[in-house]
Design a protein around this ligand. Structure first.
Ligand code: PEP
Ligand code: MG
Length: 323
């Protein structure tokens, strides 16, 4: 099995009937790059930049961030790198920001909400990203977007910083895609409207599942509700993918679900374009997709969308992949 995977290291990812998708990696620091390359990653689908901010006593400077982003972009040699802007809050605290305790931190002042309010932090990160953009294929992604106003505000700030840099005579790529994570049900429901303005979507199922089911992703007692194969989740994912394609945009997924053996057939069938997962899952997923027919997975996905329970979906997927 390992030998078969090794042969796929430099291959594209195509289904048995020739449909191509992209398998990319989730990373947290430039140190993770080696793993991406050694495991056949076609790029990075989620760079969680929080890690640059954590485990220290003050905000990282623009220069420190610039070096980290440049290293990742150069290391990937022109392959796409989706960098997510700061997603702090919820379970990820920064002690030095001194934010008031909240009753419901996962529903509170976090991620893009914080960045739109604390604009110095946001603008510093965006400047570092824009300056690094000339070293590779950068895509910028905003986390926890709940409505279009937030996206427009974030994109507006990005445009302002870009213009400032250009006025200072600093080079910036003119070809940076700007997209959003879909982690909040309202955004999945409104995906048709978002699709007119964003360049891409990446579905963050780790949060999308918890917010859709109102079930804390860390709480064992309610984990029976936290089900990626629930028809409710599949329907939301379908809305996002269909909305993207209708506007000629692409849709990815960077939650754990994207690397899950039982989810991959469904996601292929729903038309997902990009699967972002831990680097060590990539070759296994490539080998799996190679043996799946996109056409058959479309039938499977259509049936799953009409099922009433998670168990029915799991049964149906197992039946198809054991064949
Ligand atoms: C997600 O919510 O699915 C996601 C990828 O982001 P994180 O796990 O960092 O919240
Ligand atoms: Mg998330």
């Amino acid at each position: 099995q390992k030998a078969e995977w090794a042969k796929l290291l430099h291959e594209n990812t195509k289904s048995a009937d020739g449909h191509q998708v992209h398998l990319v990696a989730n990373i947290g620091t430039p140190n993770d790059l080696e793993g991406v390359i050694n495991n056949g990653g076609e790029g990075v689908g989620l760079f969680r930049t929080e890690f640059l901010y954590m485990g220290r006593n003050e905000l990282p400077t623009e220069e420190e961030q610039f070096e980290a982003y440049k290293a990742v972009l150069e290391g990937l040699n022109g392959k796409p790198v989706v960098v997510r802007t700061l997603d702090i809050g919820g379970d990820k605290e920064l002690s030095y920001l001194d934010l008031p305790k909240e009753m419901n931190p996962f529903l509170g002042f976090r991620a893009i909400r914080l960045c739109l309010e604390e604009q110095d932090i946001f603008r510093t990160q965006l400047r570092a990203l824009l300056r690094a953009s000339v070293y590779g294929n950068l895509k910028i992604m905003f986390p926890m977007i709940a409505n279009l106003d937030e996206f427009r505000a974030a994109k507006g700030i990005l445009e302002e910083e870009k213009q400032k840099l250009i006025n200072e005579g600093i080079q910036v790529s003119d070809d940076i895609e700007v997209g959003i994570m879909v982690e909040i049900p309202s955004t999945a429901v409104m995906a048709d409207q978002f699709a007119k303005e964003v360049d891409f979507f990446s579905v963050g199922t780790n949060d999308l599942i918890q917010y859709t089911m109102a079930a804390d992703r860390m709480n064992e007692r309610v984990s029976y509700l936290y089900q990626p194969y629930s028809p409710a989740i599949l329907r939301l994912v379908k809305m996002v993918i269909d909305a993207a394609h209708k506007e000629g945009k692409w849709a990815g997924m960077c939650g754990e679900m994207a690397g899950d053996e039982l989810a991959i057939p469904l996601l292929l069938g729903l038309g997902l374009d990009e699967f972002s997962m831990s680097a060590t899952s990539i070759l296994k997923a490539r080998s799996q997709i190679l043996h799946l027919s996109k056409k058959e997975m479309e039938d499977l996905a259509q049936r799953a969308l009409q099922m009433s329970t998670t168990d029915e979906v799991i049964e149906a997927v197992k039946e198809v992949i054991e064949k």
